[in-house]
Write a protein that binds this ligand. Structure first.
Ligand code: NAD
Length: 500
């Protein structure tokens, strides 16, 4: 096993940020917690401690929700001219761009992803969410509608589109700033106020973002940030009677817990959950493009992607060549620490995640699957690395085929015809995304219609865009983020009927 490079030194700016005392952002000010508990966050490339984050108390949650409630109810944000709100959101996007280098480095050391991806994928996509959604602030309208059961002129009826209120935004650790932006941007455009709860493993970019709110011109209390554990801080937000909406991205299990808890107060809930996305390779694919595409679909971000192409279905006529190509690409991927310029794949986010992924690989071994490449961690290294792994000889009942692994592990299966592969693709409790690789337009559209998933890609994978709705079928979630649907989820519809 190749020796891994050492993690380079952090920049002066990042060291300065890490030396700061970590606090909570409540009502426009950085404040200390009312408690003394902290949560450690580590650099996954080395296992070294990066910072002790505040583990917010119930009282901190109450303070943050009260600040968001006041900011909503007194209209300091909702009542502002929408063009001014739009300008503030755009200014925030500009500020993120100005600090992109520092944010990318923080993301890389906190999550473990190579710096290149943080600076070329995470940060620009986060900025794009703010720029796209800012425009909706001035364009969200209701409408006028004549009642269908009354004579013309008897009533004046119209529909108002109003901001939903106080939103709790709970995000995961795989694309920390981008996942926060997917929620902050539409919530701000709609006129909501909010509390952001980043994942306990990766809160650094959210905290740095908190410095930029005031500079952008956001009024106090519009965005509050609470760090800490999901089971306590996240749960308290979901229970809180003054929170009107929960927007959650994370695991399907926690999504179910949140749905149950939120039922007590009938909060609006949108969920972006797990996946087990199929990659379908038809017999006519361009082999080089398909091999690279299948490898990227699973190994990007070390497989810690909700839409990761973790089930590879290749037509029998190309299976051997394609899978051999993906295994060869996997074995050549350069694993390394996040800040090293040669690194193509970083470690997993935590030692727990590494152990979880390795236990899935072990279950495949004991259930009789073949590990074609990879299959191991780097036990001699303090970072949380797992080799990119390709598994064959799997069947539909194996754990690795049914559950979300959330690591660099792909399972490959043969198929013979279109209907069979559509059945395979749909043989999952998840339905987040799928990709179809073929030159045949007819096959492409047939599979796009048959596969039950929120996004279908053709000859590409993992492409998301701020203007296009994103979300899951089945147990991959409810509601959509991005696009018009994304911002609508932060609004209520009010019908006004006046007898004339
Ligand atoms: P997770 O569910 O463990 O945690 C996500 C967030 O929820 C964290 O902030 C956590 O602190 C909080 N949380 C945990 N328990 C909670 C509770 N009881 N109440 C309220 N909040 C709670 O998920 P994770 O391990 O951080 O992220 C990985 C998962 O996220 C994967 O399943 C992945 O597929 C999913 N994900 C989905 C999408 C999508 O758009 N569909 C995108 C990225 C990640």
């Amino acid at each position: 096993m190749a020796t891994l490079a050492a993690q380079p030194d952090f920049s002066e700016k990042v060291r300065g940020f890490l030396n700061r005392e970590t606090q909570l952002l409540i009502d426009g000010k950085w404040v200390a917690s009312t408690g003394s508990k902290t949560v450690e966050t580590h650099d996954p490339s080395t296992g070294k401690l990066l910072a002790n984050l505040v583990d917010a108390t119930d009282e901190d949650v109450n303070r943050a929700v009260a600040a968001a409630r006041r900011a909503f109810d007194d209209g300091r944000w909702t009542g502002m001219p929408s063009a001014q709100r739009e300008r503030i959101i755009l200014r925030l996007a500009d500020l993120i761009e100005q600090h992109a280098e520092e944010l990318a480095e923080l993301e890389a050391i906190d999550n473990g992803k190579p710096h290149f991806f943080a600076s070329h994928v995470d940060i620009p996509n986060a900025i794009a969410q703010f720029r796209y959604q800012a425009g909706w602030a001035t364009k969200l309208n209701g409408g006028h509608s004549a009642p269908s059961s009354a004579p013309e002129g008897a009533f004046h009826a119209y529909v108002r589109r109003e901001p939903l209120g106080v939103a709790a935004l709970i995000v995961p650790w795989n694309f920390p700033l981008l996942m926060a932006a997917l929620k902050l941007a539409p919530a701000l455009a709609a006129g909501c106020t909010m509390i952001l709860k980043p994942a306990e493993q990766t809160s650094l970019t959210a905290l740095r973002l908190g410095d930029l709110f005031q500079e952008a011109g956001l009024p106090d209390g519009v965005v509050n940030i609470l760090t800490g554990l999901g089971e306590t801080v996240g749960d308290a937000l979901v229970r809180h009677p003054d929170v009107d909406k929960v927007a959650f991205t994370g695991s399907t299990n926690v999504g179910k817990i949140i749905t149950r808890t939120a039922a007590d107060t009938l909060k609006r809930v949108t969920l972006e959950l797990g996946g087990k996305s199929p990659v379908i390779m038809m017999p006519d694919v361009d082999m080089e493009q398909a091999t690279g595409g299948a490898a990227n679909a699973i190994f990007f971000n070390a497989g810690q992607v909700c839409v990761a192409g973790s089930r590879l279905y290749a037509h029998r006529s190309i299976f051997d060549k394609l899978v051999e190509g993906v295994a060869s690409a996997a074995s050549k991927l350069k694993l390394g620490p996040s800040l090293h310029s040669d690194s193509q794949m970083g470690p997993l986010v935590s030692s727990e995640q590494r152990d979880r992924v390795l236990s899935y690989i072990e279950s495949a071994r004991t259930q009789g699957a073949s590990i074609l490449t990879g299959g191991q961690g780097h036990s001699d290294h303090d970072g949380y690395f797992v080799q990119p792994t390709v598994i064959a000889d799997v069947n539909r009942d194996m754990k690795v085929m049914r559950e979300e692994i959330f690591g660099p592990v792909v399972c490959a299966t043969r198929f013979d015809d279109l209907d069979e592969v559509a059945r395979h693709a749909n043989d999952s409790e998840f339905g987040l995304a799928a990709s179809v690789w073929t030159k045949d337009v007819s096959v492409m559209h047939k599979l796009a219609a048959k596969v039950k998933a929120g996004t279908i890609w053709g000859n590409c994978h993992s492409m998301i865009d701020a203007s296009l709705p994103f979300g899951g079928y089945k147990q991959s979630g409810t509601g959509r983020e991005q696009g018009l649907e994304g911002v609508m989820n932060y609004t209520e519809t009010k019908t006004v009927i006046i007898a004339l």
